[in-house]
Design a binder for this molecule. Structure first.
Ligand code: ADP
Ligand code: ADP
Length: 225
């Protein structure tokens, strides 16, 4: 099943009098459970692509389909609602709320989605156990290691059981061993829950473990070996 499809996605930014064409006709198909690495130099447009794929930003042209639903004609409210139920984000920095425990951070998105708070916390505890973070559930982010913080951020991103995880340099701030550990968490979720993941990364060792690798070239997505 295709969970994310980009078709002819174009995006430019104004630059002084001229324009900067970041994406010209980007195509991508991501199936359930598939893991794809997005490898390209800084400034190539990785974040722009992830924001468009995640419905945070609109393309100038082309279409983004989430679980078969075309999104370009949707209202902002419809896009937000679809995003909340189908897409999770992870960034280079964890962005956990410092005054809330790991458990509360993971439960929050579900509570925002309307789930009863106790039920949200029950599910968050289950997810943290599953990711071997159960013993850390009552800790504040500042009491966790860097790898644990990022794995809690992954748990938060998948708390609503999204179809797609979009990750922008999720291990960019971690030492190699910790990066491996955080990455393993992503792969476990993809393998066991059918979560599809598109991961922008400079880490070629981790990219090599994913199903496919793509790069941005002249505004298009191109498959790498
Ligand atoms: P990457 O994530 O690969 O580093 P980005 O998608 O962040 O690339 O940026 C691609 C290019 O678009 C960069 O040259 C950046 O400066 C430019 N850019 C990104 N966002 C904006 C914006 N909102 N307005 C103007 N230029 C932007
Ligand atoms: P991970 O690979 O998950 O990042 P580490 O090997 O870095 O884990 O850390 C091992 C243990 O050390 C962690 O379970 C954590 O409890 C503890 N630890 C590491 N850094 C900190 C920290 N800054 N504050 C409190 N505990 C820490």
């Amino acid at each position: 099943m295709t969970v994310l499809e980009l078709s002819g996605v174009a995006r430019h930014y104004r630059e002084g009098d001229g324009r900067l064409d970041i994406l010209i006709g980007a195509d991508l198909t991501l199936a359930a459970g598939e893991t794809v690495a997005l490898i390209a130099p800084s400034g190539a447009g990785k974040s722009t692509l992830l924001h468009i794929a995640g419905l945070l930003e609109r393309a100038d042209d082309g279409e983004v389909l989430i679980a078969g639903l075309a999104t370009s004609d949707m209202s902002d409210n419809e896009r937000t609602s679809l995003r909340r139920s189908t897409i999770g984000f992870v960034y280079q920095f964890h962005h956990l709320l410092p005054e809330f425990t790991a458990l509360e951070n993971v439960a929050l998105p579900q509570a925002i989605n309307g789930l009863d708070r106790r039920e949200a916390e029950r599910r968050a505890a289950e997810l943290l156990d599953y990711l071997r973070l159960g013993a850390r559930a009552r800790h504040l982010p500042s009491q966790l290691s860097g790898g644990e913080q990022q794995r809690v951020a992954i748990a938060r991103a998948v708390a609503n059981a999204p179809h797609v995880l979009l990750a922008d340099e999720p291990t960019g701030n971690l030492d190699p061993r910790t990066a491996e550990h955080v990455f393993a968490t992503l792969m476990t979720l993809a393998r066991n829950t059918g979560l599809a993941a598109l991961v922008a990364t400079h880490n070629l060792d981790l990219a090599a473990q994913m199903d496919r690798r793509v790069t941005l070239s002249d505004g298009r997505l191109v498959e790498l070996a």
